[in-house]
Design a protein around this ligand. Sequence first.
Ligand code: ARG
Length: 470
Amino acid sequence: MVASEGVTGGAGAGWSDRFEQGLHPAIERFNASIGFDIELLQQDLQGSVAHARMLGRCGLISAAESAQLIEGLETVRQEAAAGQFRPGLEAEDVHFAVERRLIELLGPLGKKLHTGRSRNDQVGTDLRLWLRQRIDGLEGSLRRYQRALFEHADQHLHTLIPGYTHLQRAQPLSLAHHLLAYVEMAERDRLRLQDVRRRVNICPLGAAALAGTPLPIDRRQTAEELGFESIYANSLDAVSDRDFAVEFSAAAALVMAHLSRLSEEVIFWASEEFGFVRLTDRCATGSSLMPQKKNPDVPELVRGKCGRVFGHLQGLLTMIKGLPLAYNKDFQEDKEALFDTVRTTEDCLEAMAILLEEGISFRPDRLELAVASDFSNATDVADYLVAKGVPFREAYQLVGGLVKTCLQESILLRQLPLERWQELHPAFEADIFAAITPRQVVAARTSEGGTGFSQVQAQLDRWRPVLMLS
Ligand code: ARG
């Protein structure tokens, strides 16, 4: 086909008249992004409709032509919805695919769509529209996950769980306190995504290839129609910026890191050794060989999928780091990274929410047993002495010795008779026993944000309206 009478571009169709030969078939395949950027079809149509309308309003095409272009784009949308729009490799990418189809539908008029626009500003627009929408979706997914955590927290204010540092028993906690820590992390994730969204929501359209256009376009009109907050101030920056993709990936990586930390806890909580939770049949799997097994595949997969999301962040950073201004084809690599990051993060959030909603139940009996059979009340013995005027460091030393004695005798602190306490320090009185029960140990931590029941209750009261009404 002679390029000048053919459709706009794509290897199969030929480029401008300067090209005499078609692409090598392997290079055509290598170059094409249609296999994955078809994901941007709706956004490409949306962007093109806004562009066509603006061209009409600015007098670059007639009002009737503008209306016909918009109608043609609508036809493509309907064809796609009916599964009849299946561009092949020859289209190269989604942008050419739509334009080619438009030209087939409308004839020469279709060739006017690309007036004052380049695929460089077009792809940037599409990608931002796509990501903006997905960020909004992730916001909802984070809320669902937070709600699922909250529901457990709300039921377990008075359930105790060992608190760890270095994965060694440290001090007992309210289980609600432990779970609300994850709600807080997810909240930072949500706010981070909202912040990223502000920089996603800037319109590059009208930057054209790199330098703007001599045609009297109106960038603000298209930006407004597409719901962008503002437009890029510099056309070079507009077509060269992928910071928003990197920022989003970093925010998604943190979401995944947080999900993975909870996953790790669920995995060991579900083990025989801990036995803090039971997995229901809805979210656990069996072994093909060992009939007794019930495996926590969901949190394991979430933990495992961090790798690809972290990898995409690294990939994107590496992809942009050596690029001169302005557009470079390297940018085509941003899509699969971004698409997979979004899909994976969405899937993991959903899976974790379902796991919390119906896949897991806490075992207060086992948790109770755990907190009652360790030395995680040792700090409270020291604090007891401190309250009686003993300097902390001295109390700390004394209690260390006490723990050592108990370990040698295989008893717990509460099993030491009062005389033994008093031998160690005369300040000990009979109320020491009440002061070191796990429940009292937790209740006593009433410093702001601490695990004391009153403080955790305040956290629950703060979250309830936020999560239950949104
Ligand atoms: N498929 C391309 C991409 O994903 C679209 C932009 C192509 N622009 C260009 N000058 N070749 O980045």
